[in-house]
Design a protein around this ligand. Structure first.
Ligand code: FE2
Length: 250
């Protein structure tokens, strides 16, 4: 069995209003991810972000960063692999991470609040490709899902989010109650936060590609891990993000 570290929840756009990817900032995030010992990151950009289509197409259709095709993702020159994803805000306000082939992601409806969990699964099932769903930061204020029985029956994993690390026990308890695995996601919007939490993947597939990654979630061969620097990274990333947002809005 081989182990891989994957940050399963990252953003490469600074904000949902950003039209054009900032490739300089993106490179910083990818380089920090590589030097932090991660094998891969999932680009779970907000699907309603105005720049979602452009970012995902550039990365995963046009191979803008000139990576090596590893099957559903690209391994970049610094050693990090990128996988496509999306973060979807459901009609009830909770957020779901979607891990699916890029062709599927680009066919999903991009309106915030368009999907319920049931209708999202229905659309994904109709596309006929394998996918995995993760409940993102489900105890975060205004992101909760009131019916845990229903939620647990429709997702494949519960995220332990970096930014709510002090409440990590609640996420673990929820996962344990429903015999679901946990994933670790930084929810990074900049280079500082990437890898603050990550998912340890254990697979005998030999190689990490998008298919074996999705399998590891479906087969419960994954577990959330917090970086030892998590508290510092969250604080520093918040300060940096405020600067980024004020620059973006000038
Ligand atoms: Fe997020």
């Amino acid at each position: 069995m081989e182990e891989f570290r994957v940050d399963t929840h990252t953003h490469l756009l600074v904000d949902k209003t950003e039209h054009e990817p900032d490739w300089c900032e993106i490179q910083k995030t990818l380089d920090l991810a590589a030097s932090s010992g991660l094998s891969a990151i999932c680009v779970t950009e907000h699907i309603e972000a105005v720049g979602y289509g452009k970012l995902i197409e550039q990365l995963f259709v046009k191979n803008h960063l000139k990576g090596i095709d590893v099957g559903g993702g690209y391994r970049l020159s610094n050693g990090i692999t990128i996988f496509p994803g999306a973060e979807i805000q459901l009609v009830n306000g909770s957020n779901i991470g979607v891990h699916a082939p890029v062709e599927v992601l680009l066919r999903l409806d991009r309106r915030a609040g368009w999907y319920s969990l049931e209708s999202l699964r229905e659309d994904l099932d109709n596309f006929g490709e394998r996918y995995a769903l993760v409940a993102h930061h489900i105890f975060w204020p205004n992101k909760t899902y009131p019916d845990h029985d229903l939620l647990a029956g429709l997702v494949h994993a519960i995220e332990k989010p970096a930014k709510d690390f002090r409440n990590g026990g609640a996420y673990q308890q929820l996962a344990s109650k429903y015999v679901l695995p946990t994933t670790g996601g930084s929810d990074a919007h900049n280079f500082i936060q990437v890898g603050a939490s990550y998912t340890k993947i254990t697979t005998d597939a030999g190689q990490l590609n998008h298919s074996s990654f999705i399998d590891s979630l479906l087969n419960k061969e994954c577990q959330a891990v917090d970086s030892v620097l998590i508290d510092r990274l969250i604080v520093m990333a918040k300060v940096y993000r405020q600067q980024q947002l004020s620059q973006l809005r000038k």
